[in-house]
Design a protein around this ligand. Structure first.
Ligand code: DI6
Ligand code: FE
Length: 404
């Protein structure tokens, strides 16, 4: 039976539509939604006088933007690494910590030991914090299980997160994140295993995209290519942790597979930029990891801008290098550290972040887009990158339904 859509009118707000090359500000704006989609956006004065709606929402003079999109997180994991962070701040090196069984491997051990329900409860709490700061869509990577069973558990948790919190969750299989202890000294065997797990996980509906960590301390370009070929044979899109600590040519490799995004990119070369531009690959910048690792090499933002490569910004939430849960803070840091303009940074946590996930139905306020909205106690969207350390988000709307 075809039911009549629920029409909701949202008014008494300033709107930032982000549809063009500017903020797309509408001073006295209104927005009409039909079920989970936006049906109309414009000045309140242009609303037809005989409009009939099922619900009317007074937005109290706030600022309405598209719901934010966090396009790169490692949100599902067990344990925490504050002790390791303290050791590092007391002068112990990352390598010493890793040799003593810390680092990524300690998170792998804690994740393997945790039940699905425990992992879910922790991930829900983290997701609620992201949502309180405007996020309506997020990506969640696996990569702390590193066995078929534990990776499947983490991806199931990521799938369930959407139901538990009402947000949209995209899942990414990152089996090629680190070498698990049982494969010590046998990285090629591990990559073979990862490639055999992928069809199984995909058949269970757990994988929206495939990622890898291409780095001296991660996997080689040849190993990354093997993972990408397995993804391609299943028709799955790829993305890559590329050029974070050194230039491995990972971005060009990922672009040759039509990657949705390359992420980190502090050591990205001009060739990598050209390949990303040609492939339409999004550059995802992660100032949280840059900051926590006290990196000094900046991603080549001016060259990316010049080339016209779309830039996104994300939290990279993970327990080792970026335990951050505020996307507006990351936008602020993308401006102050990486010299994005406020408009670039805001597009980077909305429309370009959506594109980094292959999603074209969100990130702007326009008819046909999903009715994913964030309402802020702000006068102008440039304040999203101005304030830091507090939360001016009043609530979010997901698929036309008020959510918090
Ligand atoms: N790059 C990173 O910065 C994180 N993963 C990755 O591929 C680090 C993850 C961790 O230390 O737990
Ligand atoms: Fe990451």
């Amino acid at each position: 039976m075809h039911q009549k859509p629920i029409r909701r009118l949202w008014r008494q707000a300033r709107l930032a539509t982000l549809t063009g090359t500017d903020w797309g500000l509408l001073e006295h704006g209104a927005l009409l939604t039909e079920d989970e989609r936006i049906a109309w956006v414009g000045p309140v004065a242009d609303l037809p006088s005989d409009l009939s709606v099922d619900e009317e929402h007074d937005l109290g003079g706030g600022l309405l933007t598209p719901g934010l999109v966090d396009c790169h997180t490692h949100l599902v994991y067990g344990g925490r690494r504050a002790d390791e962070a303290e050791l590092r701040l007391n002068g112990v090196s990352y390598e010493q910590i890793a040799r003593a069984g810390g680092g990524i491997r300690s998170t792998v051990a804690a994740t393997r030991a945790a039940s699905e329900e425990e992992l879910l409860a922790q991930a829900v709490r983290r997701t609620q914090v992201l949502r309180q700061q405007g996020v309506t869509t997020l990506e969640v990577k696996s990569g702390y299980g590193l066995s078929l069973e534990a990776e499947a558990r983490c991806l199931r948790v990521a799938r369930r997160l959407g139901n538990e919190t009402g947000l949209s969750v995209r899942t990414t299989f990152l089996g090629a994140h680190a070498l698990p202890p049982e494969f010590e000294g046998r990285p090629d065997d591990y990559i073979d295993a990862v490639c055999t797990w992928l069809p199984t996980l995909h058949a269970q509906g757990l994988v929206d995209a495939v990622d890898a960590f291409c780095e001296t301390i991660g996997f080689t370009p040849a190993q990354t290519r093997q993972v990408f070929e397995a993804a391609r044979s299943l028709g799955l899109p790829v993305k890559l942790h590329a050029e974070q600590l050194s230039d491995q040519g990972g971005a060009a490799l990922a672009a040759s597979f039509g990657a949705l995004s390359c992420d980190h990119l502090e050591h990205l070369s001009p060739e990598g930029i050209a390949a990303m531009k040609a492939a339409g690959t999004v550059a995802v910048l992660l100032p949280g990891a840059f900051y926590m690792l006290r990196e000094t090499k900046l991603p080549p933002v001016a060259a990316l801008r010049e080339a016209g490569v779309p830039m996104a910004v994300s939290t990279d939430h993970n327990p080792g290098t970026s335990p951050a849960l505020s996307l507006p803070l990351m936008a602020h840091m993308a401006c102050s550290f990486f010299r994005l303009t406020p408009l670039e940074a805001v597009r980077g946590i909305t429309v370009h972040a959506a594109r980094a996930l292959g999603l074209h139905d969100r990130g702007t306020l326009a008819p046909g887009q999903r009715a994913d909205l964030a309402l802020w106690d702000l006068e102008h969207p440039n304040e999203l990158t101005y304030w830091f350390g507090h939360t001016p988000c009043r609530c979010v709307v997901v698929g036309g339904e008020e959510c918090s």
